[in-house]
Write a protein that binds this ligand. Structure first.
Ligand code: SF4
Length: 217
């Protein structure tokens, strides 16, 4: 099979999902795995704050958002490729998809903290599931490209990771429907989170401690 024979249909999803099946942004999966409250703040309450990671991330994505595919060292490369899955009700965009030997190979550019790495893997695997459905070919692996180290980390899309993606899609869809804010995780993740000022994750703990000491919050 050649790349040209892959049906790279960029017209978008062909049928609308029903009311029970709202589309989930692929990025919401990454946010949810990092912290369910972060996912709800961004995708339900439309809260967004910049921090060092989000600023760097935006710049990194702007750099990879080139309009047309190119041939690089004999390999076809597509940038900012629209993605979707009818089966999972997912929509999003891949930073980069390479096609070595005509096998799609998604590469997601990241600037985030180490703590977000598993969330990054879930996001990348969701991209692979979309590519498999769109192109009708297996996508066995991809890579996360970390700008700070300029290293790629290969990610194999194991059955376990694929099953996790499907579970997370269901949980995110339920969260978006419920429109309820989950409790804060209030742990080390918060230090790297741009939403800490809006979220105030340690306030409930502080109030509880005050109550225990007999103080009035
Ligand atoms: S500050 Fe902490 S609890 Fe709040 S959204 Fe960020 S990671 Fe989640």
């Amino acid at each position: 099979m050649t790349f040209a024979s892959l049906d790279l249909n960029l017209e978008g999803p062909q049928r609308a999902h029903g009311e029970d099946d709202e589309r989930v942004p692929i990025s919401a999966l990454q946010h949810y795995v990092y912290c369910p409250r972060q996912c709800a703040l961004i995708h339900v309450e439309q809260t967004w704050e910049e921090n060092l990671y989000t600023l760097r991330g935006r710049r990194a994505h702007e750099r990879v958002e080139l309009p047309e595919g190119i041939i690089r060292e004999g390999v076809r490369v597509e940038y900012a490729l629209p993605l979707w899955s009818e089966r999972l009700g997912l929509v999003g965009r891949a930073d980069v998809v390479e096609f070595p030997n005509d096998v799609p190979y998604p590469v997601e550019h990241k600037v985030g903290p180490r703590r977000a790495r598993h969330a990054d893997e879930v996001q990348l695997c969701a991209q692979a599931l979309c590519l498999e459905e769109m192109l009708g070919v297996p996508v066995p692996e991809g890579a996360l490209f970390y700008r700070a180290s300029r290293r790629r980390r290969e990610v194999v899309f194991t059955p376990k990771l694929r099953a996790e993606v499907e579970r997370v899609v269901r949980e995110v869809r339920a969260l978006l429907r419920q429109k309820k804010l989950p409790p804060p995780v209030a742990d080390a993740r918060c230090r790297d989170c741009s939403l800490i000022e809006s979220c105030l994750p340690f306030v409930p703990q502080a109030l509880a401690a005050l109550r225990e000491q007999g103080g009035r919050p």
